[in-house]
Design a protein around this ligand. Structure first.
Ligand SMILES: [Fe+2]
Ligand SMILES: [Fe+2]
Length: 160
């Protein structure tokens, strides 16, 4: 059994992950419009990862016999004023998600829900990489490099 407060937060987190999926799809489309296909691919891949995070949480809920409805997802823009504005949005989204997982871990701890607490560890670790990636992309943009020329550098900056 997983605890009631954690269950509620996990269902809400499914929506947050799908929100992040939409945000990244929107950013990918922004870069497609600018013919920056390497940047677009990076954010498209990131969007796929976020959908995977939602799926991972849904699987955990299912394994634990939790009945739930899928929560509503909020939508996202597909244009940004600048590449920097798009990546800033991504970083802010990651920081928000980190806060959500901290709150989830705290709730699991408070409820003595060790099963959920252990499950959440994977996400807490994942957020370190996610925030680092978006910060590194901002550093790349702030270096003043041409965004087309920067496409060859994306793999090195993002790592993995
Ligand atoms: Fe995520
Ligand atoms: Fe993420």
């Amino acid at each position: 059994m997983i605890s009631e407060p954690v269950t509620k937060l996990l269902v809400a987190q499914v929506a947050h992950e799908l929100d992040a999926h939409q945000t990244y799809m929107g950013i990918a489309l922004h870069f497609e419009r600018e013919s920056l296909r390497g940047w677009a691919k990076l954010f498209h891949d990131q969007a796929t990862e976020e959908a995977g995070h939602a799926a991972k949480i849904m699987a955990f809920l299912l394994e634990n016999g939790v009945a739930f409805s899928l929560p509503r997802v909020g939508g996202a823009p597909t244009t940004y004023a600048t590449a920097r504005a798009a990546v800033e949005t991504a970083l802010a989204s990651e920081q928000r998600v980190t806060g959500q997982f901290n709150a989830l871990a705290q709730a699991a701890r408070d409820a003595g829900d060790h099963r959920s607490f252990q499950f959440l560890g994977w996400f807490i670790e994942e957020q370190v990489e996610e925030e680092r990636t978006m910060g590194a992309l901002l550093d790349l943009i702030d270096s003043g490099v041409n965004l087309f020329q920067a496409e060859g550098l994306l793999e090195g900056v993002v790592g993995e």
